[in-house]
Design a protein around this ligand. Structure first.
Ligand code: SF4
Length: 282
């Protein structure tokens, strides 16, 4: 479907986390002007199950009740089938490492997950709806004032202009909001919604240690799956004669890196590189 080139296209890149859910409430209550939210589902087997549950049971019904549309987008291959990130990772014989696994020095490796499963998927939708270099879409990103360093970390595509309504950028957004994460949580509660958890793939190597420990305690099956995935990736690397990679920065298997039971994590400085481009965990 092509819109007329003059039609302004305004969408929120909906991550399904606290910031973009606050934007949903702000839009529903007329405090920001967005009617279309785009959620890139990188896979029902890849997104954290809580993110998808919240999306389907809470966010979409709330949006519909308030005249807002949340489109759930997937990566569709040329043959028409849907590809998921987890599917690509575990595919028989695959050498592909699309997620930012941690190398033995703790640094994240390069990733293609964001480009393949989010940037191109949203880009395709925007272009199908009339976005172009001469008619760029406004894409609102859910970054709050406490994460202001993430502003402009994301590469801007020719068919889009980025906006950060939670911090009133650019000025043409006509909001003077300067909201931090707790403000966003309050807005969500005031809107009558529960506060969602962090949105990301359950196996994302950018998780902070405390998040892994929470998962080990409260979602042990998901934690075990993450350990198994890490093992699978390393079994393959053994065959190829390559160094091991990890889901944490501690250069050891997840089950050893993250203490179980009541054992406390050592106090880590918050020096992890964040998933800072605004595509995930918003
Ligand atoms: S959450 Fe992590 S693994 Fe998932 S798409 Fe984003 S960077 Fe990649």
């Amino acid at each position: 479907m092509n819109s007329s080139p003059e039609t302004p296209i305004r969408v929120v890149a909906h991550g399904g986390g606290v910031q973009t859910t606050a934007m949903l409430v702000l839009a529903a209550t007329g405090r920001i002007s967005y009617q279309t939210f785009l959620f890139c589902n990188v896979g029902d087997d890849s997104e954290h199950p809580g993110t998808l549950r919240y999306l389907h049971e809470i966010a979409i019904p709330y949006a519909e009740a308030n005249g807002i549309t949340i489109h759930e987008l997937h990566r569709i291959k040329r043959d028409g089938s849907t590809e998921t990130l987890h599917g690509r990772l575990v595919k028989e014989g695959s050498r592909s490492l699309p997620i930012p696994v941690r190398m033995s020095n703790g640094a994240p490796g390069t990733r293609s997950c964001t480009a393949d499963f989010k940037i191109r998927v949203i880009g395709k939708w925007l272009k199908q709806h009339g976005a172009s270099a001469t008619n760029p879409a406004t894409v609102a990103v859910g970054i709050s004032i406490d994460e202001i360093q993430r502003v402009n970390a994301r590469k801007v595509e020719p068919y889009e202009r980025l906006a950060y309504p939670l911090i009133g950028l650019p000025a043409s957004e006509d909001t003077d909001l300067r909201l931090n994460r707790s403000d966003c949580e309050r807005i969500i509660r005031d809107g009558g919604l529960p506060v969602p958890g962090k949105s990301s793939c359950w196996f994302c190597p950018m998780h902070r240690p405390a998040m892994w420990q929470d998962m080990r305690r409260s979602e042990p099956a998901l934690f075990d799956q993450s350990c198994q995935l890490e093992d699978l990736l390393n079994d393959r690397r053994d065959v190829l004669g390559k160094d091991h990679v990890f889901l944490t920065r501690f250069a050891k298997p997840l089950a050893q890196a993250i203490p179980g039971g009541q054992e406390l994590l050592p106090l880590f400085e918050d020096d992890d590189p964040h998933c800072d481009n605004g595509w995930c965990m918003t």
